[in-house]
Design a protein around this ligand. Structure first.
Ligand code: FE2
Ligand code: FE2
Length: 278
């Protein structure tokens, strides 16, 4: 089994400072095999915001798979936005825009979906999908394949389809061929986990989409600050959602969802949603 701590939408520049130390301590206690950060590390892509994000990430365990979000591209500075969109992200966070971690049980691959031409939408392109295909082609079939983006491949029913990553059907067809199991994302500041079966009907294939809320931003969009702990086994995935509890000033377990794989189809386990402590 592998344990992944999945954080998203940190938004340094607009973080609730009281959460940083408790979150760091809990992540350390959870002893993850990999820490994933699915984008929007900053609020406005400013150097001091990236610097603060870098300093905090340095206190977390590794390895870390990090991808940028739309907020990590300068919004108003036209030169930065179009000529050097991810310069500061690459300087402070990581130079690697296609990060990858592979061990005996999991492969975790990041893709940058943030684009200069659009303010908040994201997109995946054929080159990125081809790269994933290539990286995954040589791997042992027993390894669970996990792709990390900022923009999501699925949404809660209440959300507008505009928030989906562009060219998702093209990417999903390729993911079906190379057996991608999990798709981790953020962006909406809303937690969500679901099989891709409904949105992308592909014969004998369904992945699992897992979205994290915002771990530390003050803009929670109706949800408390939260993050996911994902426990990965070859045919079973458990998603624990931790949420900030104002009274105790700690993150505590809110829900656990269980998903099972049968052949190449991931689906919610019958009594998958369990309230914590029941
Ligand atoms: Fe965000
Ligand atoms: Fe975003």
């Amino acid at each position: 089994m592998r344990t992944i701590v999945h954080l998203s939408d940190l938004h340094f520049g607009r973080v609730d400072e009281a959460l940083l130390a408790p979150l760091r301590e809990l992540v350390e206690r959870l002893a993850p095999d990999v820490v994933v950060v699915s984008g929007d590390l900053t609020q406005r892509a400013k150097s001091e915001q990236f610097e603060a994000a870098r300093a905090w990430l340095d206190t977390l365990p590794g390895p870390q798979i990090i991808v940028p979000g739309n907020h990590d591209i300068s919004l108003y500075n036209v030169f930065r936005r179009f000529v050097k969109p991810l310069e500061r992200y690459q300087r402070y966070i990581t130079d690697d825009l296609d990060p990858i971690h592979v061990d005996d049980e999991i492969a975790v691959l990041g893709i940058n979906t943030a684009r200069s031409l659009t303010f908040k939408d994201g997109r995946v392109n054929e080159e990125q999908v081809a790269k994933i295909r290539e990286e995954l082609s040589g791997l042992d079939p027993s390894i669970t394949r996990i792709v990390v983006t900022h923009h999501p491949f699925d949404l809660p029913k209440t959300h507008d389809e505009d928030d989906l990553v562009d060219r998702a059907p093209m990417a999903m067809a390729a993911f079906a061929e190379c057996g991608v199991d999990l798709l981790l994302a953020g962006h909406l500041h809303v937690s969500h986990a679901n099989s891709t079966e409904e949105r992308y009907p592909i014969s004998e294939y369904a992945a699992l989409v897992i979205q994290a809320g915002t771990a530390t931003s003050t803009r929670g969009r109706g949800e408390v600050n939260s993050f996911n702990v994902i426990r990965v086994e070859p045919a079973r995935v458990e998603v624990d959602r931790y949420g900030w509890d104002v009274l105790s000033q700690t993150f505590s377990l809110i829900t656990t969802e269980v998903f099972m794989r049968s052949a190449n189809v991931w689906a919610a386990h019958n009594d998958g949603l369990l309230a914590a402590g029941i």
